[in-house]
Design a protein around this ligand. Structure first.
Ligand code: N01
Length: 545
């Protein structure tokens, strides 16, 4: 491996310093590689660095949404709440960066703009937005699944005289909405978390809803010392369980039967119990077939619609908030604190922009086909160019100058969501075709980084420099990912999983929904079978072929 070199040549370049990038740096460095991480933000955190909108918090229990690789780390860290706030997760990531001395190998405020593979030397040349280039043998893309925020192309936005924000690019200083008229556009996870908090300050809040989403009461609570002690004692079991679950989250007994095999009363009791316990995994895990059988799914959807109607006092608003466009869980199931209750406040108004779409942003506010809404501030909770967006934003070129965005012009193609044919030594953490956003992202990132390490160890052992998937393995994997998706209800919803929120984006279901546990087992089997579906070579041989 190359010597430590501060002039621009590294064994590995990692792009992004969120959960994936930080762990990649720690592990690669630990394996004796020279590593440089580039991060567009001014500090570590990834998603949790950018998403500072009011109410931002994780929808996975804090103990589960944390690194498992270091026993001391998990024992010494104290989570204040069941579901962590953005600030608490960012504090944790900062602690990890300090504890493992990671910052010295990270260049902040530096956006990677290009990555080009050189056949002759078998190296990557990585360009950054300050005009510099660096070389490395391995490229590890830890660019995240939800890191390219999207503001829809609303006519007239530039004319708006007030302030506007995107949830995914929130200012670092707190934004005060006190006494202001605010419009929130979007009711996905971000909007649903932000709306109740913004409503506490705003004098008038308009929520522009195009699609009603299912949301469960988070049942968040503070953790006291006693609870933490218990959780810490149970870490090893929790981590082990997580490896055997579809979502990479332990602590939930697996379901044993179909929703249709229970009586309506027993089902009601089951949903009520899981609703009270909180958390989306527990709820979707009530029965075996909520995500595969529409009739089973309807029973859970009806239960949540009933909760909405019970909570929201105005029947018209309640009906508008009841989702009817997709099965529950087929779009990301949201977790909220007081979301539906917020609509009982006199200064909060739900605007149906499916019936009357937004036509433009005016200097004074939001104009729909039937009304003008005057606001001082607009909050775009309008989501992301998800999963492939951040990669497409970089000019990535593999063999023969092939551009990744060209190769993926009809949708992403990968082997295991980790590598793609024609791009040797190019690893994508939690890429399309892996469980990624359909699992616990910290667990998924750890598993992928460990897989990258396994590949690098294998190269060392075999005296090779280059690893890449073979076309047949990629074709079969893409086919498998599609087949699995089509055996579920997921593709029946218009969602960012399918790319349907971005005009012109190919409609391909991107995450692997066969379950994290099955995916991990497949990866382990592939490694055990001598990295089946991957080929290794020497750099010189690569140049000849
Ligand atoms: O984005 P979204 P998000 N006119 O794409 C609406 C993760 N996350 O930032 O559904 C009007 O889900 C759009 O409407 P529609 C989580 O994985 C996690 O909220 O397209 N409305 C939708 O309502 C999540 O899934 C947490 O009809 C327009 C909204 O904007 C992912 O991030 C917290 C519109 C976008 O929702 C993304 O969530 C936050 C238009 N032209 C986020 N364009 C946790 O809890 C878009 N919309 C961990």
């Amino acid at each position: 491996m190359a010597q430590q070199d501060n002039t621009g040549t590294f064994d590995a370049i990692v792009v992004g310093a969120g959960f994936g990038g930080l762990y990649a740096l720690h592990k690669l460095r630990g394996a004796g590689l020279t590593v440089r991480v580039f991060e567009a933000g001014s500090d570590v955190g990834g998603t949790w660095f950018w998403n500072r909108y009011p109410g931002a918090r994780c929808d996975v229990d804090s103990v589960a949404y944390s690194y498992s690789f270091d026993e001391n780390l998990q024992q010494e860290w104290n989570w204040p709440e069941r579901f962590s706030t953005q600030a608490d997760i960012l504090a944790y990531q900062n602690h990890v960066a300090e504890r493992f001395d990671l910052r010295k190998d990270i260049r902040f405020n530096t956006r990677v703009t290009s990555a080009t593979f050189d056949e002759g030397t078998g190296t990557w040349t990585v360009g950054t937005d300050d005009g510099k280039t660096y070389k490395s043998k391995f490229c590890v893309m830890a660019t995240g699944n939800l890191s390219l925020p999207r503001v829809p192309d609303f006519k007239g936005l530039e004319s708006f005289k007030g302030r506007w924000f995107h949830t995914g690019q929130w200012p670092h200083e707190p934004v005060d909405f006190t006494g202001r008229r605010v419009g929130v556009i979007g009711t996905g996870s971000s909007g649903i978390q932000a709306i109740p908090i913004i409503a506490e300050q705003a004098s008038q809040l308009y929520v522009f809803q195009r699609t009603a989403n299912f949301s469960l009461a988070a049942q968040n609570h503070a953790l006291d010392e006693e609870m933490r002690k218990k959780q810490k004692a149970g870490y090893s079991q929790l981590r082990e369980e997580a490896q055997g679950t579809p979502f990479g989250i332990g602590g939930h007994p697996p379901p044993t039967k179909s929703a249709l095999d229970d009586t309506p009363e027993a089902r009601e009791a089951m949903y009520e119990k899981n609703w009270k316990m909180g958390g989306s995994v527990r709820f979707l895990y009530s029965y075996t077939d909520l995500l595969t059988n529409k009739a089973a799914n309807d029973t859970a959807a009806d239960f949540v619609r009933k909760k909405i109607r019970e909570t929201v006092k105005d029947p018209k608003t309640a009906e508008l908030l009841c989702p009817n466009t997709h099965p529950i869980g087929a779009k990301r199931l949201c977790l909220d604190t007081n979301y539906y209750q917020t609509y009982n406040l006199p200064h909060v108004k739900l605007v149906d922009v499916r019936a009357n779409p937004i036509v433009e942003i005016t200097p004074k506010g939001v104009k729909t086909t039937d009304a003008d809404y005057e606001v001082d501030d607009i909050v775009f909770a309008t989501g992301y160019d998800a999963i492939t967006g951040a990669l497409r934003d970089i000019d990535i070129r593999g063999r023969d100058g092939l551009a990744l965005k060209e190769k993926w012009s009809h949708g992403p193609r990968t082997y295991l969501g980790l590598m793609t044919v024609g791009f040797p030594n190019f690893f994508i953490l939690t890429g399309p075709g892996s469980p990624s956003v359909k699992s616990n992202m910290v667990v998924a990132n750890e598993q992928h980084v460990n897989l990258v390490l396994a590949h690098i160890e294998n190269l060392r052992k075999t005296g090779n420099d280059i690893v890449e998937p073979v076309p047949q393995a990629e074709d079969e994997w893409v086919e498998h990912v599609n087949q699995v998706a089509n055996s579920t209800l997921y593709p029946t919803a218009e969602s960012w999983y399918l790319g349907s929120n971005i005009p012109g984006k190919p409609r391909v279901f991107m995450p692997y929904v066969g379950g994290f546990h099955k995916y991990r087992e497949k990866c382990e089997q592939i490694v055990a079978e001598g990295f089946r579906g991957f080929k290794t070579s020497r750099a010189q041989e690569t140049a000849k072929n």
